[in-house]
Design a protein around this ligand. Structure first.
Ligand code: PGA
Length: 222
C-alpha cells in the first residue's frame, strides 16, 4: 500500500484556544476509528500556535507531523519580522514554499522561493513546494510537490482527479519528484477520488481542515 500524506493547511486561522478545541475534537474521534498505518497527517498552523499544539498532541499521543506555512529566505540575523529555518526546525519537519497565496499576496518570485528552499534544506526541513501548473518552475532537489491550481483554491471547484494525475505524472517524469500532493477544494466526498490516482501521494486541505469533524472524515476516507 502506498504511503499517503494528508496536509491540513490552516492558513491564517485559529487562536490558541480554538486550536486546542480542534485537537480535542479530533482526538475524540481518533481512537480506534482511524487506521494510520500508511497515512501521515501533517498539520500546518500559524507560528503562534506551534508550541501549544505540540504540548496538546504530545499529551494526547496524536501522531501528527507539522509543517510551517512559510520560512525566511535568509538565515538568522537582522531580518525584522522573519522566522528562520533554525527556529522552524524546533517545531516542524516540513515547510510549505511557494503557495499561490504567497506568490500573489506577498510577491514571492522564483529568486525568493529558491532562497527559501535553500534555507529549508540548510536546516533539514522538507520543502513542500507548491506549483500551480506544469509551467511552474521547480527548484533543484525538491522531493515533494503540492499541485494547487489557482482556480481550485477555496472555490469549491476542484480540478479533475485525472488532470491532477496527469500533472503528477509530468512532475515525476520531468523533475524526478518523489511525492506529489493535490490541493484545491478537497472534501470528505472527493478525497479518495484523488488519493486513488497512481501518481498522487496525498492531498492538501485548506478550508475543510478547519473543522475537525470534516477533517477526520477526510483522513478516514482518503
Ligand atoms: P482549499 O485550499 O482546500 O481551501 O481549496 C487548498 C490549498 O490552499 O492548498
Amino acid at each position: 500500500m502506498k504511503k499517503l500524506f494528508i496536509l491540513a493547511n490552516w492558513k491564517s486561522n485559529k487562536t490558541i484556544d480554538t486550536a486546542e478545541e480542534w485537537i480535542h475534537s479530533f482526538h475524540k474521534q481518533f481512537e480506534p476509528k482511524l487506521s494510520l498505518d500508511s497515512k501521515e497527517i501533517i498539520i500546518s498552523p500559524s507560528f503562534t500556535l506551534f508550541e501549544h499544539l505540540h504540548y496538546c498532541t504530545d499529551n494526547l499521543k496524536l501522531p501528527f507531523s507539522f509543517a510551517a506555512q512559510n520560512i525566511s529566505p535568509f538565515t538568522e540575523g537582522s531580518y525584522t519580522g522573519e522566522v528562520n529555518g533554525r527556529q522552524i526546525k524546533e517545531f516542524a519537519n516540513y515547510v510549505i514554499i511557494g503557495h499561490s497565496e504567497r506568490r500573489g499576496n506577498f510577491f514571492e518570485d522564483d529568486l525568493i522561493l529558491t532562497n527559501k528552499v535553500k534555507q529549508a534544506k540548510k536546516y533539514n526541513l522538507i520543502p513542500i513546494f507548491c506549483v500551480q501548473g506544469k509551467e511552474t518552475r521547480v527548484p533543484d532537489s525538491i522531493d515533494m510537490v503540492l499541485y494547487e491550481p489557482i482556480f481550485a483554491i477555496g472555490t469549491g471547484n476542484p480540478d479533475t482527479p485525472s488532470n491532477a494525475e496527469e500533472v503528477a505524472d509530468f512532475l515525476k517524469t520531468n523533475y524526478k519528484i518523489k511525492y506529489v500532493l493535490y490541493g484545491g477544494s478537497i472534501t470528505s466526498k472527493n478525497a479518495k477520488d484523488f488519493t486513488q490516482m497512481p501518481h498522487l501521494d496525498g492531498i492538501a486541505v485548506g478550508r475543510e481542515s478547519l473543522d475537525p469533524v470534516e477533517f477526520f472524515k477526510i483522513c478516514k476516507n482518503a
